[in-house]
Write a protein that binds this ligand. Structure first.
Ligand code: SF4
Length: 178
């Protein structure tokens, strides 16, 4: 898939951002993993897509090293105020749906790609971790943060804003390609 095709597919699905970055620019940071361990999102060691189950930082780096470039994919929504939980949840669900559709279409096209999602997996009401295998491996995405990436840095490399102004919320994912 060319960069233009990847961006066109994203646009068709309603995903914003669409900045392109070089995979060599990705920096896998132990500090980001330490934020996961602090468990501010409440997902640490609770899903197959979060640390420690998603693999070590070295394994993340190794996995990504097979790819050459990536695209940033976002959903942005307006909020009534900074406490507008409804708008935040809606935007998060929309990003998850759009990202899944994007990845389904890439799979259907026979692409070899590496998806990196946004936040911990919320596909099931209760994750099977650690007692049984993941129920939906095709829908369970390891997040950019769980890969050890600082999302703001990836956006910067792609020339895509991370923040769209007061009373907006944005969820960011990315996909790496050969
Ligand atoms: S799809 Fe379900 S079982 Fe798999 S990681 Fe997500 S929440 Fe857990």
């Amino acid at each position: 898939m060319t960069k233009q095709e990847a961006a066109a597919l994203a646009q068709e699905i309603g995903l914003g951002g669409r900045g392109i970055f070089a995979a060599d620019d990705l920096v896998f940071m132990p500090e980001v993993r330490q934020m996961c361990e602090a468990d501010r999102c409440g997902k640490y060691a609770k899903t197959w897509t979060c640390p420690p189950a998603c693999g070590t930082l070295e394994e993340s780096r190794e996995r990504a090293s097979a790819y050459r470039w990536g695209i940033v994919l976002q959903t942005t929504a307006d909020m009534e105020d900074e406490f507008d939980g409804e708008a935040i949840e809606e935007a998060q669900n929309l990003q998850r749906e759009r990202f899944q559709t994007y990845c389904e279409k890439l799979r259907a096209a026979g692409e070899d790609f590496l998806p990196m999602g946004s936040g911990g997996c919320g596909e099931c009401a209760a994750c099977t971790y650690p007692d049984a295998p993941c129920r939906f491996p095709d829908k369970a995405f390891i997040s950019m943060e769980a890969y050890g990436l600082l999302v703001t840095d990836v956006c910067k490399s792609a020339g895509t804003p991370y923040y769209y102004g007061r009373n907006t919320v944005t969820f960011t994912s990315c996909v790496l390609f050969h």
